[in-house]
Ligand binder design. Sequence first.
Ligand SMILES: [Zn+2]
Length: 573
Amino acid sequence: MVRMVLLLSTALFMLLSFLPSKKMAPAADLILFNGRIYTGNKEAPFAEAMAIQQNKIIFTGSSAAVLKMKTVATKQIDLKGKLVVPGFNDAHIHFLSGSLAMQTADLNACKTPEEAVNTVLAFANKHPEASWVTGSGWQYTAFPGGKPTRQLLDAVIKDRPVYIRAYDGHSAWVNSKALELAGITRETAFTGFGSIVKDADGEPTGMLSESAMQLVSKFLPPVTREEKLKAIEEGMRYAASLGITSVQNANGSIEELELYDELLRKGKLTLRYAAAFSTGTKTNDADINTFTALKNKYAGNILLRADAVKFMLDGVIESHTAVMMEPYSDAGVNGKTANGEFAWPLPLYRKLTAAFDKAGFRMYTHAIGDRSVHEALNAYERAQQQNKSTGSRHRIEHIEQCKPADVTRFQQFHVLPSMQPIHADPATVAVWVQAVGEQRLPFSFGWQSMLQQKATLVFGSDWPACIDLNPLHGLHIAVNRQTPDGYPAGGWIPQQRISLQEALDAYTYGGAYSSFEEKIKGKLLPGYLADFAVLSQNIFETDPARIAATKVLLTVMNGRVVYEAAGGNLNTK
Ligand SMILES: [Zn+2]
């Protein structure tokens, strides 16, 4: 009887497969089967298999169904149970600076002044041809009081100027030769945003914060266009190895946009790039018109777009340049300010945000202190009321401190919290904690608070202003609030932890939503762009403490393999 049924069903199947039918499976260029595909669809979050035609997903479902879509030309990947996630969308990044920083000394891993100095020295020795020794990534926590000194560098490099940016890009550490070249002495006064840090005797210490960094950085040798293009290509290879398929740059110029335009024309873009134009107190109507023409030029382009602008409303907590409602806990220590200072006159910031809202731009405002976040929300609210615009999806960047009453306003005014879990890596927050103080800690990096108030969370890295570009490190922090080695036990402010699914959605769907692309990116469903990464382990099932150990085995962007790990054993055929 069983045999009879089998024969009958086989005959029926053969008959059906020869019949022309509208339901006949379309041919796929690439199929992935026998795995766990995280679709992002709330009703059916996982599928076994997926089929790609050109640059789009045409099917997600069972392995049996997908295998029927194979032709002789179809590439196939047996996932052997591996997890596939939508390509990561790093929604806050400084891609050119990050790519250029890859060419200089990297101090991100340095935990002591000795390690930092040795890293700088090793780089200097390796590059005797460099007229300046440059680098980035030093941590405030690696130095007493969060302040590196020129003497540390002078002890090893006297003859060449040294310029090393802090990991957050908001401070610089220089040697005496660099100060000398820039003409900075005890007499030099600086009245702009930031400061030349001086010791008790009034001598410059070798640390510069915010705009005062430019007093020295303007003497750095210029980087040629060719060097920039080469650096970006290397940066893209690195991003692809981490599963990143989209980035949203958080600053930029027209010149920078043209670099990506060239890569686009040459077919070399291996990630989707969204540019943002930097604004300043001199930004005027003519700039808005120029930016608008570029926004229109790239409208509808799935690889390159230019529809956002960036405002820097304050600085950072560590150097007391972020603006707080109440004074810093360590105010007055070493001449540190009480509440921080705005980088903009507020009336001008409000006027420009209203103008850009009217011109149809998405806005990103860097606001780290709770007072700045409050003012950014006020400005967006006012702009939208004035222009009768809704759903503009403006964003506030970082939000390291936010008053509970303001958390509720994000959803109310359709403002997106754009946050970087990697900034809360407990290995890097000691100086930050002193400045914020115990009382305010529960409201720090408040991802859980944002989700509870139904805000759409958008994640990124802020690379190179962070210790790691790797989204899996970011996901690890979001879920555990612990370093990859498990510090501190129990997690840092554990009530702000979020689930892996929430964190992953913020790193994929959230970014797509932010750029109005949530119907084509950030999920793995039919009709969506074929942007995805295959991971070495199923992070939904492994111990959360092991998330950071996950590797990317394969990255596909726009239907094209842009990274394949050596020994990944996926047998791409
Ligand atoms: Zn940034």
